[in-house]
Design a protein around this ligand. Structure first.
Ligand code: BTN
Length: 264
């Protein structure tokens, strides 16, 4: 584990660190990123010392490129489960019903969802995002740098990031960043052995679990693609990570990341 005060981007830092052939998991955290990167060409906003900014370097060993979306699934599920262990208040009630952190989650409490492909949402707001950069070697994923930004204690966001919200705003009090990271790492490491082609059943189970946690799954909502706005429901996410929508006319539409947007 490498704890940095300031860096351009923890993803870029790990990319340039000499970890060649290192099978261990390396974690780099930062208090502040001067050039934090979001998905695509976006930047990632995070006030100094208020949130969690970190990247993991790992070499999955035996994960075929055609199943590399499983890295997103593992990371998203580990984030979702760690957040849900915080006893989030009931959906719709806002962030004022302060629940004590780290009490066991109750059934009637709110849950986070995974907004395809890999944002973590509470209600209609984004709590965490990830930027995964994979290096491929032949048909296998040689290494993966998984960058994660979690909105923990920041209350005001100034960039045009879509719908940001922090855990603190949801539960109504500041949250211990260390505990959030610990809880995430515990779950992530539990899931890691599933990233192995020799365990196809585990990969399939992971995929089904991911799908069962999706934001707006099966509900009719508006989406936007290059042709414009349309109404559709999510009916599937393929193992490759493609999103499958069914529009009102009954036609299936299949998208790669960035080819379609949710209207929220
Ligand atoms: C997104 O949802 O747009 C992805 C956000 C990923 C942000 C994290 S913060 C730590 C790591 N370093 C970066 O430069 N980006 C990721």
């Amino acid at each position: 584990m490498i704890a940095l005060d300031e860096v351009d981007s923890t993803n870029s830092f790990l990319r340039h660190l000499d970890t060649s052939g290192d099978q261990r998991l390396t974690l780099a955290t930062a208090e502040f990123q001067s050039a934090g990167r979001g998905a695509g060409t976006n930047r990632w906003e995070s006030a100094r010392g208020e949130n969690l900014l970190f990247s993991l370097h790992m070499m999955p060993g035996n994960l075929p490129v055609r199943r590399m979306f499983a890295i997103s699934e593992v990371t998203a599920l580990a984030l979702k489960e760690s957040f849900d262990s915080f006893s989030l208040p009931l959906q719709g009630r806002g962030g004022l019903s302060a629940a004590a952190p780290f009490t066991p989650p109750l059934e009637e409490e709110g849950e986070t969802t995974i907004k395809w492909p890999n944002d973590i949402y509470f209600e209609d707001s984004k709590v965490a995002g990830m930027l995964i950069e994979n290096d491929l070697q032949g048909a296998l994923v040689q290494r993966s740098i998984i960058g994660i930004g979690i909105n923990v204690n920041q209350r005001r966001f100034v960039s045009d990031a879509p719908n940001p919200r922090s855990l603190a705003d949801i539960v109504g009090h500041d949250v211990d960043r260390r505990l959030v990271l610990e809880r995430f790492m515990e779950r992530f490491m539990n899931y890691m052995p599933t990233l192995d082609a020799s365990k196809l059943d585990a990969l399939d189970a992971l995929h089904n679990r991911y799908k069962s946690c999706l934001y707006r799954f099966g509900e009719e909502h508006e989406f936007v693609d290059e042709m414009g706005v349309f109404c559709a429901r999510i009916i599937d996410v393929e193992q490759s990570g493609h999103l499958v929508l069914q529009d009102k006319a009954g036609s299936l539409r299949r998208y790669e990341f960035k080819e379609v947007k949710f209207r929220i």
